[in-house]
Each structure stands twice: as C-alpha cells, then as structure tokens.
Design a protein around this ligand. Sequence first.
Ligand code: C2E
Ligand code: MG
Ligand code: MG
Length: 706
Amino acid sequence: MKLPVKLGLRGELLLIMCGVLLVVAALVAALWLHEKSSSRDARELSASAMRELAREGLLGRGQTLSSQLADAATNPLYYLDLAKLGELARATLRQPDVVYVVIHDAEGQVVHDGSGDIPAFGQPMSDPMAYEALNAEGVHGQWSDKLLDVASPIRIGGERIGGVRVGLSRESANRREQEMLEPLAERLQAASNEHLGWILALMAALAAMGISAVSLLQRRIVAPISGLAEAAARIEQGRYADVKVASDRQDEIGELVRAFARMSESVARHDRDIRRMAYTDSLTGLSNRLAFREALDARLLTLQASSGELALLFVDLDDFKRVNDTLGHEAGDEVLGQLSMRIRMAVERLGGVGAEIARFGGDEFIVLFMAEDIRTSSGHLAESLIEEIQRPLVLRGRQVFLGASVGITLFPFDASSAGQLLKNADIAMYQAKVAGKGCYRFYSKAMDQAVERRVQLEEELRGAWDRGELSLHYQPIYRLADKRLMGAEALCRWQHPRLGVVPPSVFIEVAEQSGLIESLGRHVLVQACQDAATWSQPGMEPPFVSVNISPRQLRTGDLPDVVASALAATGVMPRQLHLELTETAVLGDEVQASALLSRLRATGVKVWLDDFGTGFSGLSHLRRVPVDGVKIDRSFVADVLRDPDDLALTSAIIAMAHSLGITVVAEGIESEGQNEVLRERGCDQGQGFWLGRPMPAAEIQRHFRE
Ligand code: C2E
Ligand code: MG
Ligand code: MG
C-alpha cells in the first residue's frame, strides 16, 4: 500500500487497528439491528398467536353458547313459548361478553331477543351478518371488528324451524391479549438492552485490546527500530561515537540490536583503519596531504571563531633529487625517514600546541604551527628546522649533506583560506630557494608578482635559444705575469624582445629551477666549442674556452658524453676546454662528483672551481676534489686592497693551490691595484673589467687574431 504521506510503522498500525475496530463496530451494529428486528418479529408472532388463541377461545365459547341455546330453544320455538324463550335468551345474555341474543324463525324474523316486551318481534333481521347466519348449515361464526356472531340453526326432524344468534364482544379478549403481550414486550426489551450492553462492553474491550496492542508494538518493536534507524543515520554521517545501541532482551529484537551494535563497531573500526591508511604517509608515518588539508580546514574554522593565529611552514629539501639519483631511492627513503624524525623533534622542542606535521610530496614537508607572537616563533622554528636538516646525515657509513628552504605564511594576515595559505607558503618557499636556498622567507604580497614574473620568464626562456635570443659573450682571461691572453669565459646573454638584456643572474636561476638548464647547457657547450675552434693561430698555443656548468648538469651524469660529443663535433682539443663548477655543485656528494670529474679530467678536459671561497667547503676541500684550477670569487678580489683578512685569505688560497699543483684565477679585477697585488702574490691568471669586459664572439675572435 502506497500512502501519500509518510505514516511510519506506528501510524500504519494505528490505521490497521482503527480499520479493524470499524469493521467490528459495523458487524456488531448489524448484529444488533438483526437482533432488534428478530425480537420485533418474535413479539409480533407471539401477539398474533395469542390473538388466534383468543379468537379460538371466543369462537369455542360462542359455538357452545349458541348450540346449547339452539338445543334448549328447539321445543319452546316449536310451540312458540315466548316466556321460555325469553328465559333462555336472558340466561345466555347473562354470560360474560355476550352482547346480544337473537332467536329467529325459519324466515329470519326475530322471535325473541331476551328483552321484556320484544320490540323487534316479527321483524326480519337486517344487520350485515344476518344473511350468512340464516343460511348456515351448521354452527357458523362471523367476525367483525368488535364482535363475534355465532349462529346455530334449530331443526326438528331434518326440517329447519329457525335459529339462534349469539353476539360476543371481542373487547375483553382484546384487553386480555394486550395484558398478556405487555410483559412479553418488556422482557424482550430488557433482553435487547442486555445484548446492547454486552455489545458495547465487547467493543470497549476490543478497543482497549487494540490500544494496548498498538502501544505494546510501539514500545517493543517500533521504538527499537526507530532507534536503529537513528543510529544508522549517525553511522552514515560518520558520527560513530554517537551510536549507542544496546539491549538485554532475549528475543529477536534484542538479537537484532546486538547484531547492529556489533556491525556498527566493525564499521567504525574499518573506517578508522581506512582513515589511517588514507591519511598517513606510509614512508614517514606523518599525515599526508589529505589529512593535512582536513586538519587545516578544521583548525581554520575554529581559529576564525576565536580570532587566533597560526603559521604554515613549507619545508622543501634542497637538492634532494641528487640523493635519489646518486645513492638510489632506498637511500632517499631513508633520508626522508630520518629527516622527518628531526622535523618532528624540532617542532616538539619548540612546543607548538597542536602542531601538525605532514609530508606533502617527495621532499616537501609542511608544518602547521600555533604559538604566541606567531611571526617571531615561526621564524625560530624555521631556523631550527633548517639547522636540523643541515646537520650531516649518516647513511650506510657515509655522510650526506642536505639543506632545506622554508616558506612561511601567517593566518590571518596573509590569507584566510587553506588553499591560499598553502599557495602562499609554497611561493615563500620558492623565494627562499631563489634567495640561495638553506634559508627561510615569510610570504609577502610582493612575492606574488615575483612568482608571476618568474613563471612568465620561464615560459619565455623555453625556446629562446632556438629563436636566437640567447647568445654567448666572452670575457678574456689573462696570464697576470705577462698579461698574455690565455683564453675566455663564455657567458650567456639573453636579448629579451621586450625586456632587453636579461642578466644571467636572473635567468640562469630560472633555467636551473625549471630544468631548462640541461638543454641550455648543452647548447652553450657546443656553441662555445664552435667559437673556440676559430680562435687558434698557427704556431701558437691554442687559447682555452671556459664554460660554466650548472650543478644540475653535473647531476644528470651524462656530462662526459655531452662534452665528448661537443669536442668531437668541433675539433676542439680537450685541454682547450675548461669546465667551471661551483663549490656547491661538488659539495654534498663528493664521492660521486669526484668520480665524474676524474672521468672528465681523464679525457684531458680541465675542471675549475668557480666562485671559490664563497661556499663552506674551505681549503681542505681542494685535497679531496680533483680540480685543475680555482677561481677566487670577486668578493675577495674587490676587498683585497682594503681588507687585510681578504688579502691573507687570497694569499693562503694561492699558496695552498700551488702546493697541490692547482692553477689560480682571480675574478673581478676592476683596478690596476688589484691586478698588481694579485700578481705579486703569485696568482696565475685573472679576468675583470679592468682587463676586459665580456664581449661578443666576433670581437673576442679579433682579440685572439691580433
Ligand atoms: P661567473 O661564472 O662567476 O661569471 C663571472 C661574472 O662576473 C660574469 O657575470 C661577469 O660579467 C662578471 N664580471 C667579470 N669581471 C667583472 C668585474 O671586474 N667586476 C664585476 N662586478 N663583475 C665582473 P655575468 O655574465 O652576469 O654572469 C653571472 C653568472 O651567471 C656567472 O658567474 C655564471 O655563474 C652564470 N652564467 C653565465 N653564463 C652561464 C652559462 O652559460 N651557464 C651557466 N651554467 N651559468 C652561466
Ligand atoms: Mg664562471
Ligand atoms: Mg665566478
């Protein structure tokens, strides 16, 4: 049955109950009506039976009276003895109910009627019953409303000489009948009333039974089922803690409730397990991106209400890819495991209440941090995170150096939504990378623009070489002792169609971060070799070309092959090619770098350490990394005349390098004074604006020809 409104089990039960009661009531009413009509029938039946009985009685009496009178009156009528006839008629008249007596002759003329002077004597009978009475063969009764007339003929020897008529009143018979019927009707009425009482009592009992059945059903079945439905709804919403169903009943409902409770527990357990699996990072045991997003959303919701503050720290390991590339992914996983422990400990030590740590991607961690004076304390946390990560890791007996860059964004100052906060933290982290890695940056609105610019720059840098926007300039490098031109350093230039010349300090970084440097580096290497091939003069030592190699190029591992093919394609001799590597490229994984450099050097290519002195490797590094030369960073050269410490350090580098048989080149010589000091100290070669600025390929070619 489909009902337009939702009744529920209780409603349906009530409805059925009412239906049953209505049917019962209708049946009972029909029964009652039937019983009423049959009692009426009974009354009528008994009334007519009684009436019949009374009629028969009256008729019997009338016949007896009439025939007795006829017998007695035979002789007196024959002899017309009026006195005797009068006596007889009056005797009959005295009988109860007798109204009249008529003795008549054969012609129907009145002979006597019991009166004294017989006024009707000799008159014919003229009443409506007279005819039948006169012609009746035997005793004959006739009925009218009020009367019974019984006629008897009087015969002598078969000849009819007259007859008698006796009239009896029906009144007393009717009255007797009435008197007998009344108590009967009363008894029948009483019986019917009694029946009605029983019926009503039955109805009431049925109604009471119905109500108690419904309430029993409600209590024993409907209520437990509604309870289960509510619990199921809670389970559906994931509110397992709110599901409280129990029963100690020993029936099917009790069984059902207990089974439901068990099922709910098992669903909750499964849900917990699935959540745990879905929300934790299997490698580090930290929360994963999903869990973190949920935690962050929840936290922001409460903070928005309480106007609290929080910091989001985006921690990205520097050069983590190198670990994977050189030591394998297992080692990489181990590093991540160890570092996540350190991050956890650092966060615990700085005591952020309710801090959350999550691993977001390969080498990205995110920390949600809440504290007093959020800006200062999150700065401290970032510092100690970087410190912790920079501490050397021991991996299978080998030391590994890693760094981290951290971006920080603050709620509610920078953004209010989780998505925006994460984006900000990412941007700030990126800025920390740009600023040289191993540091932290707070997000600022200005960064958005920087990021936008950067994204655009990256877009434009793609294919810039093919469009001919990139070219190489060369800065001459001289032997300081006799100021002889020995070679030149290839420096990349970007002639941007809209921005003009973009310095390498800007776009090399972009190329490095985006991976574009790998193809760019290959182009530079080939181009530099092609240019250098035109520099040689017959009978002279061929000049070298010095090419900058980015750390990323070193990491890909195919550098020796790229170099070999560039040399083979251009006919440049290996010793004519110098590769400039920065300290940071070599640092961290000396063993792998050393192996690569040794392979390169074995082919005759020279390897120089660029920007020497700016890294943290120190002089001892030189002993372990096989290089042919070092380029003293121009920051030392700039102060060599003013700062005695810089002069001392420069001198020490020169002496140390010489003791190892390494050539020393000074960068950024901008004055004659600097040039002189360096020459005095025994610096082998130098480059700088004072000696010669970077210049186009054609120009440097002229220099070599002269
Ligand atoms: P670098 O290898 O240290 O190159 C020397 C930089 O010092 C050049 O800047 C040069 O113009 C500048 N310089 C030379 N003499 C002086 C001087 O007397 N005073 C001052 N103040 N500066 C001087 P540039 O060309 O802007 O290049 C910057 C950096 O870009 C280079 O530093 C190098 O690390 C990188 N770079 C340039 N071209 C390439 C390339 O093709 N590949 C890679 N990987 N990096 C490159
Ligand atoms: Mg260089
Ligand atoms: Mg340099």
